[in-house]
Design a protein around this ligand. Structure first.
Ligand code: NAG
Ligand code: NAG
Ligand code: NAG
Ligand code: NAG
Ligand code: NAG
Ligand code: NAG
Length: 397
C-alpha cells in the first residue's frame, strides 16, 4: 500500500482542511458507518424474526378465528367438555391458514404427518370440521352450502381440490373464495384420486384446530343443518370409512395376489370413497408409506383404487375405531358403474325426509335413524328446490 495514493486522492482539499475539521469528518464518517452497521444488523435480525414468525404461525398455530358466541354450536359445546375461549382470549393468534401453502407435495405430506406429543394445546379453541371438496370444476350446489355454513364461522374449514385447468372464479364474498389447494389432474376410476384425497387431508391437517375431516364431491348436499352435522361428527367415537367384503368381479375380483404378504385376499375390502374421519386417522393416511405405494403399483387399470385402498388399509390397521359405514347417502339401485343422479323433479319433501331418517344404524353404541348426513349426486337444476326446502326440512336458518 502506498500512502502517496491516499494523499493524492484527497488531492488539493488537503490544503484547505485543518486537522480539527479532518478529525470531525472522520468521526462523523465513523459514527455514520457504525450506525449503518447497527441499522443493518437490526434490519437483518427483524427480517429473520419476521420469517420465523411467519413460518411458526403458518405451521404450528391452529388458525384461531373467534367462534361466534350467539351460535347454536356454543350451546351444544357446553354439553361436551370443550372449552371455547372468548374473542378477547384469542387475540394475537394467527389468521386462518391459507388453503394454499407454498410447498411441494413431499413437504406438505411430511409436515402434515406431525403430531404434537403434548395433548393439551395451549391454544384451546373449538374443534373445527374440515369440509374437503374433491371436484372437477365448480362446487355445483355452492349456494346451498353457503347457506349451510352461514353463521357458523369458526367451526369449519373449507378445502377444494379441482382440476388444475379449472379457472372459474368464486366471488370474494363466498366462503369458498381462496379455498382451492394446489391440485393435480385426477381421472375417474384411477388411483390418482387417492393422491388428491391425501393432498386435501394434508392441507387440512396443517390447521391444528381441524378435528374431523369430511370428503365431499361437487354434487353432494348436506341433509341436516350445521349444528346437527357438527355435533354428530365431533361427538362420534367412531370413524366413517365404508368397508365390506364383496365376492365377485367388482369386489374380490379386483384384488391382485402381487399384494401379498402385506394384503391378503381375506383382508381386501371395498367401500365408498366419501369418508368422515378423525384427526388420528387422517394423520395415519397422509403418513402411510406401506400400503399407498403397494396399491399405486398393483391397483391400477380397472381396479378403482379409491374404492379399495382406504377400506382395506383401515380394515387391516384401524378397524377397531371404524364403523365400516359412510355418512354419505347414494343410490346404486339403478345398476351400472355410476350411481343415480337427482334432477329438479326428484327433489321432494318426502324424498328428503326419507334420506334424513329412513334408515337404521348404530351411532356411539346406540341404535339411531340418523344414518346419513350428506347425499349425492344432485344436479345444478335441483338447486332452487333444495334452497326452497332447506329451511323447513333441513332446519337451515
Ligand atoms: C356455556 O356455559 C357457561 C357456564 O357454564 C355459560 O356462561 C355460557 O353462557 C354458556 N354458553 C352458551 C352459549 O350457552
Ligand atoms: C356427546 O356425547 C356425550 C356422551 O356420549 C353425550 O353425553 C352428550 O350429550 C353428547 N352431546 C351432544 C351435543 O350430543
Ligand atoms: C370432563 O372433564 C372432567 C375433568 O377434566 C372429567 O372428570 C369428566 O369426566 C369429563 N366429562 C366428559 C363427559 O367427558
Ligand atoms: C379458462 O379455461 C378455458 C378452457 O378450460 C379457456 O378457454 C380460457 O381461456 C381460460 N381462461 C383464462 C382466463 O385462463
Ligand atoms: C368392521 O369390519 C372389520 C373387518 O374388516 C370387523 O373386524 C369389525 O368388527 C367391523 N366393525 C363394525 C363396527 O362392524
Ligand atoms: C338444526 O336441526 C335440528 C333438527 O335436525 C333442530 O332441532 C335444531 O334446532 C336446528 N338448529 C338450528 C340452529 O336451527
Amino acid at each position: 500500500m502506498k500512502p502517496k495514493q491516499h494523499e493524492g486522492s484527497l488531492g488539493a482539499a488537503k490544503f484547505f482542511i485543518t486537522q480539527s475539521t479532518l478529525f470531525n469528518i472522520f468521526s462523523h464518517v465513523l459514527a455514520f458507518a457504525s450506525g449503518l452497521l447497527i441499522g443493518i444488523t437490526i434490519i437483518t435480525f427483524s427480517l429473520k424474526n419476521l420469517s420465523l414468525n411467519f413460518q411458526f404461525h403458518q405451521l404450528f398455530l391452529p388458525s384461531l378465528s373467534p367462534p361466534p358466541f350467539s351460535s347454536p354450536i356454543s350451546t351444544l359445546l357446553n354439553q361436551t367438555n370443550i372449552t371455547i375461549f372468548t374473542p378477547n382470549e384469542l387475540r394475537g393468534f394467527s389468521k386462518p391458514t391459507k388453503a394454499m401453502p407454498d410447498m411441494t407435495e413431499e413437504e406438505l405430506l411430511w409436515r402434515a404427518s406431525m403430531v404434537p406429543r403434548i395433548k393439551e394445546s395451549p391454544y384451546k379453541q373449538a374443534p373445527k370440521v374440515a369440509f374437503m371438496f374433491l371436484t372437477k370444476g365448480p362446487v355445483l350446489l355452492r349456494p346451498l352450502w353457503e347457506r349451510f355454513f352461514k353463521g357458523n364461522e369458526g367451526f369449519y374449514s373449507i378445502y377444494v381440490h379441482s382440476h388444475p385447468s379449472f379457472n372459474d372464479t368464486v366471488p370474494q364474498s363466498s366462503v369458498f373464495h381462496g379455498r382451492r389447494i394446489p391440485s393435480k389432474e385426477v381421472r375417474w376410476g384411477e388411483f390418482n384420486i387417492v393422491g388428491a384425497e391425501r393432498r386435501l387431508l394434508a392441507n387440512a391437517l396443517l390447521d391444528f384446530s381441524n378435528q374431523r375431516f369430511v370428503l365431499l364431491s361437487e354434487s353432494c348436499i348436506p341433509l341436516f343443518n350445521f349444528s346437527t352435522i357438527y355435533t354428530y361428527l365431533i361427538n362420534s367415537t367412531e370413524t366413517f370409512v365404508e368397508a365390506y367384503d364383496l365376492p365377485g368381479a367388482v369386489g374380490r375380483g379386483r384384488y391382485s395376489p402381487k399384494m401379498r404378504p402385506l394384503v391378503r385376499l381375506s383382508q381386501w375390502r371395498k367401500g365408498s370413497q366419501w369418508f368422515q374421519i378423525d384427526r388420528a386417522l387422517a394423520t395415519e393416511i397422509v403418513s402411510d408409506q406401506q400400503y399407498f405405494p403397494l396399491f399405486n403399483k398393483h391397483c391400477r387399470n380397472g381396479c378403482y383404487g379409491d374404492e379399495h385402498y382406504l377400506p382395506t388399509f383401515v380394515g387391516i390397521k384401524f378397524w377397531r375405531s371404524n364403523s365400516n359405514r359412510t355418512l354419505t347417502w347414494v343410490d346404486w339401485s339403478k345398476g351400472g358403474p355410476h350411481p343415480a343422479r337427482f334432477m329438479r323433479r326428484d327433489v321432494t319433501v318426502d324424498f328428503l325426509k326419507r334420506l334424513r331418517d329412513g334408515s337404521t344404524c348404530h351411532y356411539n353404541g346406540k341404535t339411531t335413524n340418523i344414518c346419513y348426513l350428506f347425499a349425492r349426486k344432485f344436479m345444478p337444476h335441483a338447486l332452487d328446490r333444495l334452497l326452497r326446502f332447506a329451511p323447513q326440512i333441513m332446519h337451515f336458518n
